[in-house]
Design a protein around this ligand. Structure first.
Ligand code: ADP
Length: 524
């Protein structure tokens, strides 16, 4: 089964590039400083990379889950040993606060350990009991064989963690993996892929293609299955192309998560949850709190405390290791423009800004902004903002909160805040989302045994979490073998009257209902 090991997988920055090749410059959005550059790889280069990855896949699969886990754990050790270096790239290429950048290491540790430990169990052959007398001599199993080459395309908001949610599961499944990070923040990911190929003596089954949409398109053409995270617009285009190629696509797309604060909620906790859930990473998370519905009896108090809590936050791009800022810059000019547009649209339609509401003079900073008097005609409630906005609406009842939360094209996650577990369950289960948090925000994503995925326009399939986070990268093989070697089967040729009559009798006896019919009589 073994194939030859491919020599070196060209990762970003290490491939033999033509001298005149286009580079993509990466700048720190907080300071405007250059952070690095990556090659803008062509379709031909992506294709060549795909071939080397494919060539190494069978040998990788043959290592078995334990052998593969060993390499993943070596990789994790390297990442932790070099975390200042790697997180430094995350910090600068995305303009984050050091605290926001640091959380990405947690995802590496948790996801790799989760799948390295459990991958073998999730991939084990499954036995099934036979059904029906015709199968009496059969032994039934389900085998799981990986797609040979999986593509993973990610956006810019978590340069390391986005890929890390998908890649360990795909590698554990035995697939080779062709990744493409965002052209906005490719450096940290390219560096950990380089480490896989150059630092830990791992088989060359992980590659990194760098570039923008064209490079991403080439990845779709080269792989057998695609995992995509990003905008609903690009996800739809990828889904269409995957359908044309007849390859599966797992899509994790936009979100507009609602937070419902009921009148019996612990307001201290709810306010802190709203602030972290809405503003972590400057609000640039698909599962961020994007709109808040508060029951009338506690609305005024909630808003008052929310504004005070937001006022205590520190925005900035602190020094590496400093933990001196809470949240950082917006990653791109375009994203900042969306936030500005959502605020302008809300103000034009009658909303009020209680704090924030105007971009900073320098750097791509937008301050945390609380909006009130908002309604469902406004873009800040209907469209994904992906920024530090907290629009708050007063609701009369939990029924109204449920109706408004569900009045959205998106269905990624959400939260309900209440001191009554029964109320939390009752309201939470009626929200049309793939994830639900009671008295917490975004935390469903970090519960690795649970599936993470979106409903409605927020995606198709589940992204990661639990057994499916490995199995989705495999194909089920229905594996049938004979228990006792027989010369012939009842339904094989030649057909005879005697065999026909016997089959009919057995079918009637074992497959029909009511004793008279079983014994061959048709009840009158
Ligand atoms: P964003 O602009 O917010 O990053 P996108 O959904 O446009 O969101 O991009 C997410 C990822 O998809 C990025 O890595 C991007 O380069 C890639 N991408 C963009 N267009 C395509 C496409 N047509 N096919 C494949 N990948 C694409």
């Amino acid at each position: 089964m073994a194939t030859t090991r491919a020599a070196v997988v060209p990762t970003a920055g290490t491939s033999a590039a033509p001298a005149d090749r286009k580079q993509i410059a990466v700048t720190n959005p907080a300071t405007g400083e250059a952070v690095g550059a990556v090659p803008d790889q062509t379709a031909a280069e992506v294709d060549a990379l795909a071939q080397t990855l494919r060539a190494a896949q069978l040998e990788w699969e043959d290592l078995g889950p334990r052998g593969r886990a060993r390499h993943l754990l070596n990789w994790l050790n390297w990442i932790v040993d070099n975390s200042d270096h790697v997180l430094g790239l995350v910090h600068r290429e995305a303009g984050k606060s050091w605290g926001d950048a640091s959380i990405e290491l947690m995802v590496c540790v948790e996801v790799i350990n989760y799948y390295a430990k459990r991958g073998g169990k999730f991939l084990a052959d499954e036995r099934r009991s036979i059904h029906g007398p015709a199968s009496f001599n059969k032994r039934l199993r389900i085998l799981r064989r990986p797609y040979q080459l999986v593509g993973v395309i990610t956006p810019w908001n978590y340069p390391l963690a986005m890929q890390m949610m998908d890649v360990p599961g795909a590698l554990m499944a035995g697939a080779a993996v062709l990744t493409k990070p965002s052209e906005v923040t490719p450096l940290a990911w390219a560096e950990v892929v380089r480490a896989w190929n150059e630092e830990i003596d791992a088989p060359p089954v992980l590659g990194c293609a760098t570039g923008a949409g064209e490079t991403g398109r080439a990845v779709i053409e080269a792989v057998d299955m695609i995992q995509f995270t990003g905008s609903t617009r690009t996800g739809r285009a990828i889904g269409i192309r995957a359908a044309e190629r007849l390859i599966p696509a797992s899509l994790e797309l936009g979100g507009k998560d609602a937070m419902i604060v009921l009148s019996d909620a612990d307001l201290d906790r709810a306010v802190r949850g709203a602030v972290w859930g809405g503003l972590f990473n400057a609000g640039q998370s698909c599962v961020a709190v994007e709109r808040i519905y508060v029951e009338a009896p506690v609305y005024d108090e909630f808003v008052h405390r929310l504004v005070a809590e937001v006022g205590r936050l520190r925005q900035g791009h602190d020094a590496q290791g400093a933990f001196a800022a809470d949240y950082g810059a917006m990653a791109t000019v375009d994203q900042l423009a969306i936030v500005e547009h959502h605020v302008a649209d809300a103000l034009a339609k009658g909303a009020r800004v209680l704090t924030g509401g105007r971009r900073a003079e320098r750097g791509l900073f937008y301050p945390a902004t609380v909006l009130v008097d908002v309604d469902h005609s406004m873009d800040c409630i209907r469209e994904e903002t992906f920024g530090p906005l907290l629009p708050v609406m007063r609701v009369k009842s939990e029924e109204e909160a449920i109706a408004l939360a569900n009045d959205s094209q998106y269905g990624l996650a959400g939260s309900v805040w209440t001191s009554s577990p029964a109320r939390g369950r009752r309201v939470g289960r009626r929200i049309e989302t793939g994830g639900m948090n009671i008295n917490n925000a975004m935390t469903n994503v970090f519960q690795f045994p649970l599936p993470m995925g979106g409903w409605k326009q927020s995606g198709i399939g589940h992204r990661f979490g639990g057994p499916n986070g490995v199995r989705k990268y495999t194909r089920q093989q229905a594996f049938v073998s004979e228990r006792i070697p027989l010369k012939n089967e009842m339904h094989w040729y030649p057909y005879t009257l005697a065999k026909g009559a016997l089959v009919r009798r057995v079918l009637r006896l074992t497959g029909t209902h009511g004793w008279k019919r079983r014994l061959g009589r048709t009840p009158s």
